[in-house]
Ligand binder design. Structure first.
Ligand code: F6R
Length: 605
């Protein structure tokens, strides 16, 4: 949700900042801007549109000999996407980019207006800029001005700030929004996300809440602390590039067999699950009375899939909750409630707020996170990384499958440690997850032509339905989100038995209904549900395992998943629905990696 970047050093700054902005576009892409200290002072360029529009503007109006710059790519919250609302904002002698929301900006704005400040934009950010500028112009040094101003702000922010009179220096502060600083051989950097800096350096430091930092070409200084505690990432720039695929989504879908293995392998010892690398030993499981999985979007769907698996294997109640509801409509908790926060980005505002809420209730928390060193990863009592590598496409694929596989392994671990599952069964489930699931994913990926044929039949539809029972209902919910998110086709997921309680009235001649059937015990019921919609004119597609004997008689088109156990079936079906979404979006000419209105990392509530 908005990406910010800054550089100060010995080389030209604008190229570095725009290069980083291109990588950060996944965080928002409705407007973009840069300000840089050139020969004639600080120059600001901003525009509605994407980084390509900014590059055009820069080619007409270059900022030469600039060795210090900050940039921003926006996902609009306050004020529609426009040149004026784009960042950076400038008030008086202060220039600033912002990721987050200043919730009390209206009150602050009213006060500042009384003092004579005239605002140009509708943004909360310009108010933040004006407040910092007020203290700076009153004579405070930049650090004090930032502290005084942010002391009045409610909400979240990561600010990168340039002040007239502080040449080639960037100040930054964060609260609730991510910000990392980095050190290169050519100078110092900051960004919302480390991937944006991988073309330049691997040496980084994550800022803690409330920390203020000053970057110059000669060093980075964290106020009240000193020299940053630098770390070196093992992420490579290559891993954050498209690598010959048409889209990041396609690349990331293809990375899933390895991603699942990467997620699981550190947690398997002698064929059995073992989370000791995450600090989780036998005692961790002892007092767990129930589990709440809390997350947003697809991560919440991974929870929906995992919750019945955990309940079934571990014999403790487990539910998946929407993070934006969790603390406003809090469920019953008790000593012994484990709260698992699932997040690819590790920065999702509602998931983070739920984590903090759970901790405030004294509950034990576990983060299942992909992006390393992010706020959820750092604040959770325990964190198990999914090690999926950078996920750039806005629609998650490998993020979801690694979350699902890790949660499944966690269920096996807990069940085994509690003595519910015996060693033999724990080994067999672990083996299925580690060997079979990636293999089925791989085999499904090879069947692109069959998926394209399905997509061709449905891509012009106004409305599509996914139906499933049991775990297949959870899969349907993710399938439906994936399809509508990137193809803009209306799609709903229904528990297959529920359609006839109202929604079946929407089925018209030709309406596609895609049924997922991997749950053997429910095949007969699914068969009936498919017939119910088929007899009302729908075009039926069935994704099922080879164990469903009458599949071809039951649906118009059938995609039989590679032969496997129950676990393999689940992962094969996930792949099939991701591929359907991708192909439908491609046929409809959609911007697959950057769907409209969206952003990858949702750092506002
Ligand atoms: C959908 C998607 C989103 C995210 C959700 C949570 O494809 O990617 O629904 O799953 O915004 O994001 P994280 O996992 O970063 O907390």
């Amino acid at each position: 949700m908005c990406g910010i970047i800054g550089y100060t050093g010995f080389e030209e700054a604008t190229g570095k900042v725009t290069c980083g902005l291109e990588i950060l576009e996944y965080r928002g892409y409705d407007s973009v801007g840069i300000c840089a200290k050139g020969q004639d002072g600080i120059k600001l360029l901003k525009t509605k549109g994407r980084v390509s529009s900014l590059n055009e503007a820069l080619s007409k109006s270059p900022i030469d000999s600039a060795f210090c710059a900050i940039g921003h790519t926006r996902w609009a919250t306050h004020g529609a996407p426009s040149d004026t609302n784009a960042h950076p904002h400038n008030v008086g002698r202060t220039y600033l980019v912002h990721n987050g929301i200043i919730e009390n900006y209206k009150e602050l704005k009213a006060e500042l207006e009384k003092g004579g400040v005239k605002f140009l934009s509708e943004t909360d950010t310009e108010v933040g800029c004006a407040l910092i500028n007020k203290y700076y112009e009153e004579g405070c040094d930049p650090h004090t001005a930032i502290l005084k101003a942010t002391g009045f702000m409610h909400g979240s922010y990561a600010f990168a700030i340039m002040f007239e009179g502080e040449d080639n220096t960037i100040y930054a502060v964060r609260k609730g929004s991510p910000l990392i600083i980095a050190k290169g051989i050519d100078g110092y950097y900051l960004a919302s996300d480390l991937t944006a800096l991988l073309p330049f350096t691997k040496v980084y430091c994550s800022l803690n809440e409330g920390e203020v930092v000053r970057l110059t070409k000669d060093g980075a200084f964290i106020f009240n602390k000193g020299e940053p505690d630098w770390k070196v990432t093992n992420m490579s720039f290559e891993s954050a590039k498209k690598g010959g695929y048409d889209h990041f989504m396609l690349k990331e879908m293809n990375e899933q067999p390895n991603a699942i293995k990467n997620a699981l392998s550190p947690r398997i010892k002698d064929g059995l699950p073992d989370f000791s690398c995450d600090g989780i030993d036998d005692s961790f499981f002892e007092d767990i009375k129930e589990i709440h999985i809390v997350a947003c979007g697809s991560a919440m769907h991974a929870g929906l899939l995992a919750a019945p698996i955990i309940e079934g294997l571990c014999m403790v109640p487990c539910r998946s909750y929407i993070a934006s509801e969790y603390r406003y409509n809090p469920p019953f908790t008790q000593k012994g409630t484990l709260v698992i926060i699932v997040s690819q980005s590790g920065e999702t505002a509602d998931s983070l707020a739920s984590l903090r809420y759970a901790k405030s209730q004294g509950l034990k928390t576990l983060g299942i996170v992909n992006a390393v060193e992010t706020t959820i990863a750092r604040e959770a009592d325990f964190c198990a990384y999914t090690y999926a590598g950078p996920e750039i496409a806005v629609a998650t694929t490998k993020g979801y499958t690694t979350q699902a596989s890790l949660l499944y392994l966690f269920a096996v671990a807990m069940s085994f440690k509690k003595g519910i599952t015996d060693k033999e069964n724990a080994k067999s489930l672990t083996e299925c997850l580690f060997f079979e699931a990636p293999q089925v994913v791989e085999q499904t990926l090879e069947r692109g032509e069959e998926i394209k044929a399905i997509a061709k039949e449905i891509y012009e539809s106004q409305s599509i339905f996914y139906i499933g029972r049991g775990l297949d209902y959870a899969l349907s919910q993710e399938a439906s989100l994936k399809l509508k998110e990137i193809s803009y086709v209306h799609c709903e997921a229904y528990a297959a038995g529920e359609l006839k309680h109202g929604t079946i009235s929407l089925i018209e001649r030709g309406t596609p209904v895609i049924a997922i059937a991997t749950e053997e015990a429910l095949f007969d019921k699914m068969d009936s549900n498919i017939k119910e919609v088929k007899s009302r004119g729908s075009h039926t597609v069935l994704i099922c395992t080879d164990k469903m004997e009458n599949a071809h008689a039951c649906a118009d088109r059938v995609f039989v998943l590679p032969r496997s156990s129950r676990i393999g079936g689940i992962f094969g079906a996930i792949l099939a629905v991701q591929m359907i979404a991708y192909e439908v979006a491609r046929l409809r000419g959609c911007d697959i990696d950057k769907p409209r209105n969206l952003a990858k990392s949702v750092t506002v509530e």
